[in-house]
Design a protein around this ligand. Structure first.
Ligand SMILES: [Fe+2]
Ligand SMILES: [Fe+2]
Length: 132
């Protein structure tokens, strides 16, 4: 399984790196909880809180995109929207611990791809514009 965190290269934008490190830590914790003895309802609550924090992180990125007139912002925002919709659906329709574990695994893979595909491009644009 792809697992992010300690070995991930920072993007160089402190506010984004701070959020990303925090989200990866939460993803690791939820991965561990979903493979342990944690009860299903607790996992659903944890997943819901994590999704809300992801939403808040996306808002930060989207505000920064707006601030610099980031050319690819429509695409990047759409990618965020789809991630949130899929996540909410997967968690709402999970029937047991395995369903939450599946979502976390999917979310980790999603964050890895998004980090190298979209967030890196955004970080370069922010650094060029002097926005951190
Ligand atoms: Fe991000
Ligand atoms: Fe993003």
């Amino acid at each position: 399984m792809t697992m992010l965190g300690e070995n991930e290269v920072p993007l160089g934008v402190p506010s984004l790196d701070h959020d990303h490190i925090g989200l990866w830590k939460r993803l690791r914790e939820l991965t561990a909880a979903a493979s342990g003895e944690t009860e299903f309802q607790t996992l659903v609550g944890d997943a819901g809180r994590l999704i809300r924090d992801v939403e808040s992180h996306f808002r930060l990125e989207e505000q920064m995109m707006e601030k610099i007139g980031f050319p690819d912002r429509r695409h990047h925002i759409q990618v965020h929207r789809v991630m949130l919709e899929v996540s909410k659906l997967k968690v709402q329709t999970a029937h047991g611990v395995d369903g939450i574990a599946d979502w976390v695994s999917w979310a980790v893979a999603w964050f890895y791809r998004h980090h190298v595909d979209e967030d890196l491009v955004l970080a370069l644009a922010l650094l060029k514009a002097g926005v951190q």
